[in-house]
Design a protein around this ligand. Structure first.
Ligand code: PEP
Ligand code: MN
Length: 334
C-alpha cells in the first residue's frame, strides 16, 4: 500500500501515522519528495481499513498495490481452478454446456427438455425451482416440489443439476442439487454467500447486473473466505441503456476475469439476450472470448413456457448451437 502525504505535513503528524502502521504489525518506508511524501507500507495490509487512513486531513491519497480479492485473485493462486460438478469438470480447459428450462414446470416438461439437451451435448441440466421474478404476480416457481422434480430427472437422465437458491433457510432441500446457483439479484447478498460458503457444494455465482468486476470478485471472495473454493463465475449481462436486448452481455468481462481470477468463468447468453434469436451469436462471442462454459435456456415448447419464454431456444436450435460451439472450439484450439 502506498500513502501519499501532503508535503506540508509536520513531523508529529507523520510519526503518528507511522506509529499507527507499526501498531498494525506492519512496517513502512518514507520518502520525502518535493511535491509530497510517499509512505510505502510493507507487509500484508489486506485487512487494513483504507478509509481510516484516507480520512486523515494530511493524507492526499492511498493506493493498494495488492488486490483485495486475496483468494479469488491469481496472486496467490496462479493456476486455473477446475471445479468438479459431480464429475463434470469446468475450467482450466474443461468446457461445460449447461442447458434446460428457465423454470421447472412439471416432471414431464423437465424430463423432455433434459433428454433433448443431453442428446445435443449438454452435460449439466438447469432448472429454476425458486424463481426470483420482477413481478410478484408472475410464476414464482414450484419451490421444494421443483427441487424434487430435478432430483427425479437427474436420476432418470444421469445429468447433474443446477438450481438457484434465494433463501438460505431452504438449503437442506438442495441436498440432491449438484451446483447451487446464486442469481444476479442475489449476487451481492453477502449473508446468503456466507451461508453457502459452508454448504460443501459448488456454487455458480452470477454477476449482479450493476456490479463492477472488482465488486463481483469480492462477492466470490465471500465464498472462498468462508471455505468454499468451488466457485464458477457467470457473466449474464449488465444493465445498459438499450432496450433491444434485456441486458448487455459484457464479453470483455471474460478475458478480464480470467486475468484477475483463477476461477472458471462461464457465460449466460440467454438472460443477456432476452430473445431467442440473439442467443446463438452471443454464445459464440462468449466462447471466442474464452468462456469455460455456457448456460442456455431451452424449452420443448417455448410459447408455453411459464418463465422467460421469449429467450428459450427450441431443442432443434439448441442442437444447432451446440454443434456450432463445438466447431468453434475446435477451430480455436487448432
Ligand atoms: C436464471 O438463471 O434462472 C436467472 C434468474 O438468471 P439471472 O439471475 O441471471 O437473472
Ligand atoms: Mn430465466
Amino acid at each position: 500500500m502506498i500513502i501519499i502525504v501532503r508535503k506540508d505535513t509536520g513531523e508529529a503528524q507523520l510519526s503518528e501515522l507511522l506509529g499507527w502502521i507499526e501498531q498494525q504489525g506492519l512496517h513502512s518506508q518514507t520518502a520525502r519528495g518535493e511535491l509530497a511524501t510517499v509512505v510505502s507500507v510493507i507487509g500484508d495490509s489486506s485487512s487494513l481499513d483504507v478509509d481510516r487512513i484516507r480520512c486523515l486531513p494530511f493524507v492526499q491519497s492511498v493506493k493498494r498495490i495488492t488486490e483485495p480479492f486475496l483468494l479469488a485473485g491469481r496472486g496467490k493462486h496462479p493456476q486455473d481452478t477446475v471445479v468438479s460438478v459431480s464429475g463434470v469438470l469446468v475450467g482450466g480447459g474443461h468446457f461445460a454446456l449447461i442447458a434446460g428450462p428457465c423454470a421447472v414446470e412439471s416432471e414431464e416438461q423437465l424430463l423432455a427438455a433434459a433428454r433433448c439437451v443431453k442428446a445435443s451435448g449438454a452435460s449439466i441440466l438447469r432448472g429454476g425451482a425458486f424463481k426470483p421474478r420482477t413481478s410478484p404476480y408472475d410464476f414464482q416457481g414450484l419451490g421444494i416440489e421443483g427441487l424434487r422434480i430435478l432430483s427425479a430427472v437427474k436420476k432418470e437422465t444421469g445429468l447433474p443439476v443446477v438450481s438457484e437458491i434465494v433463501d438460505p433457510s431452504t438449503l437442506p432441500f438442495y441436498e440432491d442439487v449438484d451446483l447451487i446457483q446464486v442469481g444476479a439479484r442475489n449476487g451481492q447478498n453477502y449473508e446468503l454467500l456466507k451461508e453457502l460458503a459452508r454448504c460443501g457444494k459448488p456454487i455458480l455465482l452470477k454477476r449482479s447486473p450493476a456490479s463492477t468486476l472488482r465488486e463481483y470478485l469480492m462477492a466470490a471472495e465471500y465464498l472462498l473466505a468462508g471455505g468454499n473454493g468451488n466457485v464458477i463465475l457467470c457473466e449474464r449481462g449488465v444493465r445498459g441503456f438499450d432496450t433491444e436486448t434485456r441486458a448487455v452481455l459484457d464479453v470483455s468481462a471474460l478475458p478480464v476475469l480470467h486475468e484477475l481470477s483463477h476461477l472458471p468463468v462461464i457465460a449466460d447468453p440467454s438472460h443477456a439476450a432476452g430473445q431467442a434469436r440473439y442467443v446463438g451469436p452471443l454464445s459464440l462471442a462468449a466462447v471466442a472470448a474464452g468462456a469455460d462454459g455456457l448456460m442456455v435456456e431451452v424449452h420443448c415448447d417455448p410459447p408455453s413456457a411459464l418463465c422467460d419464454a421469449a429467450q428459450a431456444l427450441t431443442p432443434e436450435s439448441f442442437d444447432r448451437l451446440s454443434a456450432r460451439v463445438r466447431r468453434l472450439r475446435e477451430a480455436l484450439h487448432d
